[in-house]
Structures are given as C-alpha cells and as structure tokens.
Design a protein around this ligand. Structure first.
Ligand code: NAD
Ligand code: AHE
Ligand code: ZN
Ligand code: ZN
Length: 378
C-alpha cells in the first residue's frame, strides 16, 4: 500500500459536543519528511475530551482526535531520516526538531518548528492527509491517533524498543510522561520534599509516582472522588484529602487550612485538573519563601488564573509544564526503557480496554471519573 491512499477505520469528531462517529476514512500517503503509521493502540486523555467538548480555542472540526497512541511504521517517503517500515513508534504532540531556538535551549521542550500548522490542524506543508465522504478532516496535535492509520511529521515521532508491549507504551505518549516529567524535569523535586497533588486522574497519579521516585517525604493526594484514593496510595500518596469533607472555619479557604495543617504549606504543588480555582488553591498552598506550584491541567478558552501578587512577592513560584518538560524524541525511548527496567509503572494506569468502536464509552467512563486510562485497540 506504500504510495497509495489507504481506506481505514477512524473515530471522527464531526462537530463539538457530539459523540465520535466510526467511519471509513481515506489516508493519503506520506509526503516528504512525513511517516504513515499504523496505530495499534490509543488511549483517551482528558485533553481529547476538552477539545471534543468545545473548550479548546484551537479546536477545529471535523477532526480525527487522539494523541496518546502507539503503532508501527507503515510507509515513509524518501528523504525521511531515521524510520523504516515496521519500526515500533509513538507519535509526539510536542515534536523535537533539534534545530529551532527552543530545541537548542535546555530550558524548554517546546519545539516550535511546526507549532503554527499543527495548531491549524494541518501537517507542516499546511495540508491534511485525511478525507471522509469527500470532506477534509483536520489533524489533531500533530498525532490523530483515533484512526487505524495516521500521518505525522518525522519530528513528531520516535522509535521505541520493539520488545515493549505497544498497548502499554501508548500511555507514554501523554499522561504518564507528563505527570512524571513535571516532577523530575519542570520542578526537579528534591529528596525529602513535601508535595500536594490536585486531581487523581492518570496525570495526577503519574505526578505521585514521580514524587515517590524523587524521594518526597510527604505526598498529599486531593480529589473530590474518594474512590481515587486507593490508587493514589498505591502510587505513593502518604495521605489523601477530599476538600468537601473538611470543616472550614468561617471565611477560611481550603488552601489556608492546608497551610495551617501542613507546616506552612508544601514545597511543591501540582494542579492536574484544568480548573482555575484549584490552580489558585495549589499556588496559595505552596510554602512561603520557596514553594513552587506547577500547572499541568488545561483550562478552557477565556479562563484566567488569579491570586494576590503578594503570594509571589513572598517567595512562591507559579509555573507550568507541557508534556512534562520532556524533549520528546530523545526522552520517550528512555522512558520505555525505564518501564522495561521496572523503574516506572504503566500497567496500573490502564483500568479499561475497549475496541475502537466503543470509544464513546471510553469518554463516558472518563467523564464519570470511573477510569484512569482506557486503551483502545483497532
Ligand atoms: P482526569 O479527568 O482523569 O482527572 C482529573 C481528576 O480531577 C479527576 O479524578 C477528578 O475527580 C478530579 N477533580 C475534578 N475537579 C476537581 C476539584 N474541584 N477538586 C479536586 N479534584 C477534582 O484527567 P487527566 O487525563 O488525568 O488530565 C488531567 C488534566 O491535565 C486535564 O486538564 C488535561 O487536559 C491535562 N493534561 C495536560 C497535559 C500537559 O501537557 N500540560 C498533559 C496531559 C493532560
Ligand atoms: N490547544 C489547547 C492547548 C492546550 C494545552 O496546553 N495543551 C498541552 C498538552 S495537553 C495534552 O493532554 C500542551 O502541550 N500545550 C503546548 C502547546 O504548544 O500547545 C489550548 O487550550 O489552546
Ligand atoms: Zn493528553
Ligand atoms: Zn525544534
């Protein structure tokens, strides 16, 4: 099929706030510096739901969503370096071109080589490889893993150890790498630190896994759904709190209660929800003088964070992370090795497995808070 259009199955988002529709789409061959990938597994991340629900200012429809997947190279165009048919690969929504100012700067992983076209739902040449019933479909985050076949830029793909199970490796395409990297790269959490995490979904649990690996001495998990607490403890939380169960004195905020009850606040806090109010809680629960708060959650169009400047003047730092700060092409293969060497966990994040035809159920259980990660097979 190299060089030819492939007809295959995909879950198409025809419009915002509508269920995905299983369709036969046409996937055109890869052009120069592109790779066509056969997706074997894809997980559903909250960010997919964020865009599907119409909260994403860059959201474009109709689109093939999905950005946490794995598969094998089906075909490449000549002049693509580094990939051969059959390679086990993970698509990367944060690419790594190794030439742009961002790739050359050790302070960031945010390669900007193709960010404009990616944000416009296209491959780097400004066009799409997807059609359905004669209609063009947009790409998503440069990945579009909700399709049996996808086409990605060669800088948005990495080769991984073929002995690693692709079903598990798909989770390193987003959630686990992000939470784990937020701790190790973005915040560089030191041994003996105290950490608090808002949101005990896959991302928040990966933060907890990272905090344990960094040697944190106290890790507090915070969520409204108490059934999340057992998995938080499995990954290393020393305590879990449901804010709704705390009796607050008149006029006392939850974060002020945390400051009063946890030695003045935490060395590091992480927001893994995407809610500007919990982002404020996390910032103001960071310790005076040195506390760092890291935003991982994605807040919708128009949402803004707020706090008194005094919070920063008195020594707190507010920062954020994209894909856990990992320079993606260099790092994801190493994270796969860490998994193979049992340095990091993946299996325990997979709570549901579905066939792609049941993808809307995967979104339902995510919204209900019943799942961590659902992995879909084609
Ligand atoms: P998820 O839906 O599985 O988890 C969110 C958790 O937050 C749930 O357990 C929910 O019960 C809890 N929650 C909701 N409101 C709360 C509140 N007011 N107080 C306490 N807990 C609350 O989502 P996920 O897949 O783990 O993703 C988490 C967030 O991270 C999302 O916003 C997603 O878009 C974002 N994300 C960002 C990056 C990045 O690179 N920055 C990467 C992956 C995901
Ligand atoms: N289009 C969205 C972007 C939201 C966002 O912050 N995305 C994260 C990844 S979330 C993965 O689950 C990110 O990496 N952003 C870096 C970038 O360049 O977008 C919006 O809200 O505008
Ligand atoms: Zn994601
Ligand atoms: Zn770059």
């Amino acid at each position: 099929t190299a060089g030819q259009v492939i007809n295959c199955k995909a879950a198409v988002a025809w419009s915002a706030k509508s269920p995905l529709s299983i369709e036969t789409i046409q996937v055109a061959p890869p052009r120069a510096h592109e790779v066509r990938v056969k997706i074997l597994y894809t997980a559903v991340c909250h960010t997919d739901a964020y865009t599907l629900d119409g909260h994403d200012p860059e959201g474009l429809f109709p689109v093939v969503l999905g950005h946490e997947g794995s598969g094998v190279v089906e075909s490449v165009r000549e002049r693509v370096t580094g990939f051969s048919v059959g390679d086990h690969v993970v698509p990367l929504y944060v690419p790594q071109c190794k030439e742009c100012d961002y790739c050359l700067n050790p302070k960031t992983n945010l390669c900007q080589k193709i960010r404009v076209t990616q944000g416009n739902g296209y491959l780097p040449d400004g066009t799409s490889r997807f059609t359905c019933n004669g209609k063009q479909l947009f790409h998503f985050m440069g990945c579009s893993t909700f399709s049996e076949y996808t086409v990605v830029a060669d800088i948005s793909l990495c080769k991984v150890n073929p002995t690693a199970p692709l079903e598990k490796v798909s989770l390193l395409g987003c959630g686990i790498s992000t939470g784990y990297g937020a701790v190790l790269n973005t915040c560089k959490v030191e041994q003996g630190s105290t950490v608090a995490v808002w949101g005990l979904g896959a991302v928040g649990l990966a933060v907890i896994m990272g905090a344990k690996a960094a040697g944190a001495k106290r890790i507090i998990g915070i969520d409204l759904i108490e059934s999340k607490f057992s998995s938080a403890k499995f990954f290393g939380a020393t305590e879990c709190i449901n804010p709704k169960s705390i009796q607050l004195a008149e006029g006392k905020s939850f974060q002020a209660w945390l400051v009063d009850n946890f030695d003045g606040g935490f060395d590091y806090t992480f927001e893994c929800i995407g809610n500007v109010h919990t982002m404020r809680q996390a910032l103001e629960a960071a310790h005076k003088g040195w506390g760092v708060s890291c935003i991982i959650g994605v807040a919708g169009a128009g949402q803004e964070i707020s706090t008194r400047p005094f919070q920063l003047v008195t020594g707190r730092t507010w920062k954020g992370t994209a894909f856990g700060g990992w320079k993606s092409v260099d790092s994801v293969p190493k994270l796969v090795e860490d998994y193979l060497n049992k340095k990091l966990l993946i299996d325990e994040f997979i709570t549901h497995r579905y066939h792609i035809d049941e993808i809307n159920t995967a979104f339902d259980v995510l919204h209900k808070g019943e799942s961590l990660r659902s992995v879909l097979a084609f």
